[in-house]
Design a protein around this ligand. Structure first.
Ligand code: UD1
Length: 363
């Protein structure tokens, strides 16, 4: 059985890593990894391979950045050649980035079965590029592996046959659990002069938050206010940095004494920062899940989430952009009444194993 997995952008690497390990236990599975090159900087890409112990990709497409259409089209065109040459039984894609949808479309038109890991999530907000990627990928897929119960409900509502859908849990949490021990020794705190429980961790990169001058200015104003009370540590995504620079607001945040801007961090470094911080302020998808598992208070600056379990069972609170003035009060209340950790069904470190068993049984 030949499976090709696709990775392209930072959040894909920790999702494919546990699958790669689980596949390696089955001699009948030949597994190859194709890297589209959507993310290409060392800190957004290669460092993750080194830390996660994923084998080097078998094929690099080197597409790089571009508009959505250009990036997606270039991945499709190059990936078609790979599928012609490799002729796999299955294409496996994870998450919701442009690489996910591009490769799914190519494979399904070539009658190669598509497996989607992290299927069924919906923000119900079609202005998000990821939402379009999720919908299209799910409707093209032959096997859909769901990470939380909302995914089952969404897929049923969209008329996807139950026979294709499997509720297995969260591969990103597999990676987290597997690496927690290694994270203990990580030096990121010492290297940056940080002490435990003394700072808030910030990550912001969603187009809706960082692509206009007005929203960036509002965010910088917010961060400056919060930093009067809490030190903030902000590993900055290149998209955010480029835009702050373009709109002339980068200097004003760099010169702020209680806001520490860092380069994008490696996987271990970021997990360590998440474990040691007081709270997280983010607009990421995966970080909502990781903070829920780690029982770290999380505030997500978005109007909606495709991961509602992180709000109902987890530590996450959504704050729409237009209500960001309320964030300081929310931080206070989350820090004063920290809830006990709740187990999320199947977020137990064994999701990749369950997925592999189902693929093998269905072959
Ligand atoms: C992509 C995903 C998003 C995910 C995020 C994680 C899509 C539609 N979006 O967004 O869901 O949360 O990755 O990081 O697939 N850049 C660099 N170096 C890199 C990569 C990007 O400098 O290695 C800069 C470029 O200026 C690029 C910009 O970041 O234009 C945006 O990159 P892109 O891959 O288009 O989207 P992300 O914002 O990273």
């Amino acid at each position: 059985m030949k499976i090709i997995s696709v990775v392209g952008a930072r959040p894909n690497f920790m999702k494919v890593a546990p699958l790669s390990i689980a596949f390696s236990k089955y001699p009948q599975i030949e597994h190859k990894i194709v890297h589209t090159g959507q993310h290409y900087d060392y800190s957004m890409n290669k460092l993750f391979f080194e830390q996660l112990g994923i084998p080097d990709p078998d094929v690099h497409l080197n597409v790089g950045s571009g508009s959505h259409a250009k990036q997606t089209a270039e991945i499709m065109s190059k990936f078609e050649d790979v599928l012609i040459q490799e002729s796999p039984d299955y294409l496996l894609v994870v998450g919701d980035v442009n690489s996910t949808v591009a490769c799914s479309l190519v494979a399904s038109k070539m009658h190669i079965k598509v497996i989607h890991v992290e299927a069924g999530l919906r923000s119900n907000d079609r202005r998000m590029p990821e939402e379009l990627n999720r919908i299209v990928t799910d409707h093209l897929s032959d096997m859909l592996f769901v990470s939380e119960e909302s995914g089952l409900i969404n897929l049923e509502r969209e008329g996807i046959s139950k026979d294709k859908v499997h509720f297995v849990g969260n591969v990103m949490i597999d990676s987290l659990i597997r690496n927690l021990e290694k994270v203990k020794m990580n030096e990121v705190m010492n290297l940056n002069g940080l002490t435990s429980n003394s700072f808030g961790l910030v990550t912001l990169h969603r187009p809706s938050n960082v692509d206009t001058k007005e929203s960036l200015e509002n965010l910088v104003y917010l961060l400056k206010n919060i930093s009067k009370q809490y030190k903030l540590v902000f590993p900055m995504h290149p998209r955010t940095k480029n835009n702050l620079n373009r709109f002339g607001v980068l200097e004003s945040i760099l010169s702020e004494p209680n806001i520490q801007i860092l380069e994008p961090q490696g996987y271990f470094e970021f997990l360590k920062l998440m474990k040691e911080c007081l709270f997280v302020l983010t607009d990421s998808g995966g970080i909502q899940e990781e903070t829920t598992y780690l029982n770290v208070p999380c505030i997500t600056i978005r109007d909606n989430t495709e991961r509602p379990i992180t709000c109902t069972l987890g530590t996450n609170t959504l704050v729409p952009f237009k209500e960001i003035d309320s964030i300081e009060a929310i931080i206070e209340s989350k820090l004063t009444k920290k809830a006990a950790k709740v187990e999320v069904p199947y977020w137990d470190g064994n999701t990749a194993k369950r997925i592999t068993e189902i693929i093998v049984a269905n072959y």
